[in-house]
Design a protein around this ligand. Structure first.
Ligand code: G3P
Ligand code: CA
Length: 290
């Protein structure tokens, strides 16, 4: 009875909000410009998810970087997007008999031998797939902030706990990092919820665009809803903002992957809090005039 009453009230509230919030007013939520987040590092200019890509973002003056974390056969956390090593390394040449070259089927020592830069350009020959530990140290060295994605968590049982342990060991779970410098996100709601349950102080993000009716449930464990820009509207952003996340602040929205000035301005008008981009310089320039 009680649950039905709460559901009815939520639906009524959402309907009212939808009517009250014109999409064109979305930017009124905040006067702040959205944060610019370098997707897989400044990945238009340097090989994605390498130390060179976060150094490039730092060189451009970009304070936030995004990455993807997975796990090797022998349990090392590494930073790489695909579940296979094929696209972004020379694994086919070094280990020709090991198709389909899954990250989870290679040891950390084997992955450390791979060239993760030549596919992008000769200037990056010899770049490596970083371990998460190496990566965290470079982000810290560069005074950057991190949007860490737990990628394919269904392949790596316990990866949430392991990632949090490493973050703690590296000093990333102290008050200052938790308040300002770290967000953990995933396409898996279960994974995001697990991170929240294990370390409630960590800010989290869900990758996707849940239906408005489901937002109250998401607001219990995620601080951000991070959709593809193509599925966004100003109304949706405003509706997300109307919910209070687990840390007592309005839920936020970061849109991906926005690589041109016009789209950056459009999502900024929608009122997003972050823009995730391969070309952080282009997006920053576009937003400085919006
Ligand atoms: O951070 C958003 C974005 O990284 C999600 O997509 O496939 O690039 O990891 P993907
Ligand atoms: Ca990602």
């Amino acid at each position: 009875m009680y649950a039905r009453a709460v559901a009815a009230m939520t639906t009524a509230l959402l309907a009212t909000l939808t009517l009250l919030i014109p999409a064109s007013d979305a930017r009124a939520h905040t006067s702040r410009q959205p944060s610019v987040i370098a997707h897989r590092g400044a990945s238009a200019y340097a090989p994605e998810n390498t130390l060179a890509a976060i150094d490039k973002a730092a060189e451009l003056g970009i304070g936030w970087v995004e990455n993807d974390v997975q796990r090797t056969k022998d349990g090392e956390l590494v930073v790489i997007h695909d579940d296979s090593l094929r696209r972004t390394t020379n694994v086919k040449k070094v280990f020709p008999g090991r198709s389909p070259w899954k990250v989870k089927d290679f040891t950390a020592a084997e992955i450390a031998r791979l060239d993760a830069g030549s596919w992008f350009g000769p200037a990056y020959a010899g770049a490596r797939v970083p371990t998460l530990k190496q990566y965290m140290r470079r982000v810290e060295h560069n005074h950057q902030n991190l949007l860490l994605e737990i990628k394919n968590p269904q392949l790596y049982p316990g990866i949430e706990q392991q990632t949090l342990k490493l973050l703690g060991n590296e000093g990333w779970l102290d008050r200052q990092h938790l308040a300002r410098r770290l967000i953990v996100q995933s396409f898996s709601a279960d994974s995001v919820r697990t991170v929240h349950d294990l370390k409630p102080g960590v800010r989290t993000g869900f990758l996707g665009s849940p239906s408005v009716a489901d937002l109250p449930a998401y607001a219990k464990f995620t601080d951000q809803i991070n959709p593809s820009y193509g599925s966004l509207s100003g109304t949706y952003v405003s509706l997300v903002h109307a919910f209070t996340g687990p840390h007592g602040r309005p839920m936020e929205v970061a849109a991906w992957t926005v690589n041109d000035a016009a789209t950056a301005r459009t999502v900024a008008r929608y009122g997003v809090d972050g823009v995730i981009t391969n070309k952080p310089d282009v997006v920053r320039q576009a937003l400085s005039g919006s």
